[in-house]
Write a protein that binds this ligand. Structure first.
Ligand code: NAD
Length: 353
């Protein structure tokens, strides 16, 4: 079967998806028939996949058992997730129906690490406030005193791909780096002059704390009243990992008391879609978010740390390569479920990226 005849139906697409997938699809090895829907994939929209050989979905699509059953009935042959996480996919049902699921297991760590550094420098020197003031013709710099990073201590929680890249970026600043990870990377520690210490020590000693660990059942609420209490007064807290690592209500208390100096978070909302089954809980959470955003020393962004041209290109190329491997009956290194990789370790994540 020619690749031109392989139809991939994309759900929940935005203009940038079209741009990067169309570009990647021009490569000689691909050339699939791509069809884009803005609609999210869910039980109610699954019938839109009629005629498609492959369905390509994203983090907010709902590939529950009913969706998967409908896709199998429509003779869809492959589900290609254009993200790493697949907790929104009923993999067991897909297994039973012999419908393989593939994903993009890893992204470039540079995008997220660089974004985290951007948050740090913005907060530390109040650049976001200066930007607003000058636009209003206010040229006073009072209240905008920052501090040198040089000589300070930065604590990195989680030294995987992104945490280590963040440590590399910090090399030029003359900071002391403390790290905590249940699986320390001793070689990297030596190279980067980074000291692994117990979490409590890191919390107590750091002027800046940046979270780069996945969300696991055991670290939901890692940052809460009890751990905030241990931190230095005026600490800068950064989270580009997962929203639920921080108990927001407790963080607001620490901001009000001045315990926490400033906060930069890129993750918050989407995890709540996963956790909150009760709309009343959700309303309360949205109220917390509004309160958080009201602080001038808090920057909230909407999960955009990954959002660079390089990442989007990589996601598009890897996804199309996954489809190519499937169509040409090669091994599928990025399968989750029947055709290979065991999903278990990743499923332990409450929601991977
Ligand atoms: P990774 O798997 O390479 O590294 C994670 C590290 O965290 C591992 O070394 C692991 O041992 C460690 N870890 C596990 N539990 C821990 C704990 N309780 N305390 C400290 N460390 C712990 O992952 P990565 O690619 O570096 O990604 C890190 C995080 O960034 C993930 O949560 C991911 O979801 C998030 N992420 C966010 C964006 C974004 O756009 N904001 C994009 C990509 C990834």
């Amino acid at each position: 079967m020619s690749k031109r005849n392989i139809r991939i139906a994309f759900f929940d697409t935005k203009p940038h998806d079209r741009r990067f997938f169309d570009e990647a699809n021009r490569s000689e090895q691909f050339g699939f028939d791509l069809i884009y829907y803005e609609t999210r994939l869910a039980p109610g929209s699954a019938r839109m996949a009629e005629g498609a050989d492959v369905v390509c979905a994203f983090i907010n699509d709902d590939l529950n058992a009913s969706t998967i059953q409908q896709l199998a009935r429509l003779k869809v042959r492959l589900v290609a997730m254009r993200c790493a996480g697949f907790s929104n996919v009923a993999v067991e049902t897909a297994d039973e129906l012999n419908l393989p699921v593939v994903r993009v297991p890893a992204y470039s760590p540079f995008a997220v690490a660089e974004y985290t550094l951007g948050l740090l420098l913005t907060l530390n020197r109040h650049i976001h406030r200066a930007f607003n003031r000058v636009r209003e013709n206010i040229f006073s710099i009072s209240g905008l005193i920052g501090f040198d990073l040089h000589g300070k201590t930065v604590g990195i929680v989680g030294t995987g791909k992104i945490g280590l890249q963040f440590a590399r970026l910090l090399q030029g600043f003359g900071v002391r780096i403390l790290a905590y990870d249940p699986f320390p990377n001793k070689k990297a520690a030596q190279e980067l002059g980074m000291d692994y210490v117990p979490l409590e020590w890191l919390l107590t000693e750091s002027d800046v704390i940046s979270l780069h660990c996945p969300l696991l059942r055991e670290n939901v609420g890692l940052i809460r009243a009890e751990t905030l209490e241990k931190m230095k007064d005026g600490v800068i807290l950064l989270n580009t990992s997962r929203g639920r690592l921080i108990r927001t209500g407790d963080l607001i208390g620490a901001l009000e008391s001045g315990k926490v100096g400033s906060v930069g978070i890129d993750v918050y909302e989407e995890e709540s879609n996963y956790f909150f089954e009760d709309p009343a809980d959700r309303a309360m959470e949205e109220d917390l978010l509004a309160r958080l955003m009201a602080f001038p020393n808090v920057i909230v962004s909407s999960h955009q740390a990954f959002f660079t041209q390089e990442t989007l290109r990589h996601v598009a190329e890897t996804t199309l390569k996954n489809v190519h491997d499937f169509v040409t009956k090669q091994e599928m290194p990025h399968a989750v479920g029947i055709h290979g990789v065991k999903a278990l370790p990743v499923r332990n994540y409450v929601r991977a990226f």
